[in-house]
Write a protein that binds this ligand. Structure first.
Ligand code: MG
Length: 399
């Protein structure tokens, strides 16, 4: 008799800044369950409803072994597809089913994917600060902790918040000045390179905050700092501009955390217009689509750099790690350094030592959730401030 989905539970929790969503699938086999990440932190209630009201009634009673079939049918069952809410909900189910299959096989998920190409995944940490010297000092800290890849930002995304030039009567918001950001970031990179030399690999995230032509110029201007990659130079709405960046410089480009439709990554991969695919695994629908995109990208010489900040749950980081250990074209993994509380709440959260993320010996994803502890940190229904971004004249801008 086949093992079937007996129940699906949606666990929401907020141990620190980000609201996390975990799907737990209970099977008909006593004691056998799986967990998956469905975290869309800014719209967690919508994902919660999609799982509880739509996916759960659709999936109860289905054979847990049919991961691919369930993914395909879940994606088309709503007729309208590929949106962030439904993709995240489907990801929670998909990752939980991979976790279950690993437990049934008594193997880690990387074994099911094809086995390890490496013993651990190289990670990058986020160095930051208010001045070029503060950023250089933070890079030094990371370097002393064994990190070989380090992302550098000064004053957060878009640089220092600047309300100085806004017109009278302008609304509140997270103001930034794109042109000032370009000038100050170039100075910061210059200073950091002169302080730390060329041995450490530096990364930088534009966070799609520039006008397309300014992004082309910026990519060209940073070429001399020899970045490991420049992230999100353009918004998903401006994909045709990648060709102009390619024509102008050889700064390696990483892109993808906002993607949720295959038509967004397909032309960039086929055109070899970027160098690293960095989708948010739950945002694209889970391990099942990530596996196929990694192999597709491999055929065109692109590497992976899956999105891995604090708004990916520890379960999502475990999913990233299993893909990283297996993928022949792994590049680097983003890492956010979770607190002790998170390690306690999610037993099996991957550990990082000397700049490498290591798996544990458990089957499946090797991670679980302490539900009692998670319940002590319920999600807060606050309105996001940092995504209320505005240009110097007060007009709304992409965060
Ligand atoms: Mg980013």
């Amino acid at each position: 008799m086949s093992t079937v989905i007996k129940d699906i539970q949606t666990i929401t929790t907020q141990p620190s800044g980000s609201r996390l969503i975990i799907v737990k699938i209970i099977t008909s086999d006593p004691g056998l369950h799986g967990v998956g990440c469905a975290t869309f932190t800014q719209r967690f209630n919508a994902v919660h409803t999609a799982i509880e009201k739509h996916l759960k009634p659709f999936l109860i009673g289905r054979d847990v072994s049919k991961i691919e079939e369930i993914w395909q049918m879940s994606m088309v069952n709503s007729y309208w597809r590929n949106g962030p809410v439904l993709n995240n909900a489907i990801s929670g189910v998909d990752q939980a089913l991979w976790d279950i299959k690993g437990k049934q096989a008594n193997m880690p998920v990387y074994q099911l994917l094809g086995g390890k190409c490496r013993e651990a995944a190289a990670v990058y940490g986020h160095a930051g600060g208010g001045t070029p010297q503060a950023v250089a000092d933070d890079v030094q800290n990371f370097s002393e902790q064994g990190y070989h890849y380090i992302r550098v930002q000064m004053g957060g995304y878009g640089g220092h918040e600047s309300q100085a030039r806004k017109p009278e009567g302008s609304p509140d918001g997270a103001y930034f000045d794109p042109r000032a950001y370009m000038r100050s970031t170039l100075k910061m990179l210059e200073h950091v390179r002169s302080e730390i030399g060329d041995q450490v690999e530096l990364l930088h995230d534009i966070h799609e905050r520039l006008q397309p032509i300014d992004a082309v110029k910026f990519a060209k201007d940073v070429e001399r700092f020899n970045l490991f990659f420049l992230e999100d130079p353009l918004a998903p709405e401006d994909l045709e501009w990648f060709e102009h960046i390619r024509q102008q410089c050889c700064t390696p480009i990483a892109m993808g955390e906002l993607f949720n439709n295959p038509r967004e990554w397909q032309p960039l991969i086929e055109g070899k217009l970027i160098d690293f695919i960095r989708m948010h695994i739950s945002q694209m629908g889970g391990i099942t689509p990530a596996r196929s995109v990694a192999l597709f990208a491999n055929m065109y010489g692109l590497r992976t750099a899956w999105h891995g900040p604090g708004d990916t749950s520890p379960v999502g980081h475990a999913a990233n790690l299993h893909l990283d250990l297996w993928a022949p074209n792994f590049g680097v993994q983003e890492w956010c350094r979770f607190s002790e509380l998170v390690y306690e709440m999610f037993p099996g959260t991957p550990e990082v030592r000397n700049g490498y993320m290591y798996p544990n010996k458990q089957p499946g994803l090797g991670i679980d959730v302490n539900e009692e502890l998670a319940a002590e940190y319920p999600c807060q229904d606050t309105v996001e401030h940092w995504t209320q971004t505005r240009l110097p004249d007060g007009s709304p801008a992409r965060p």
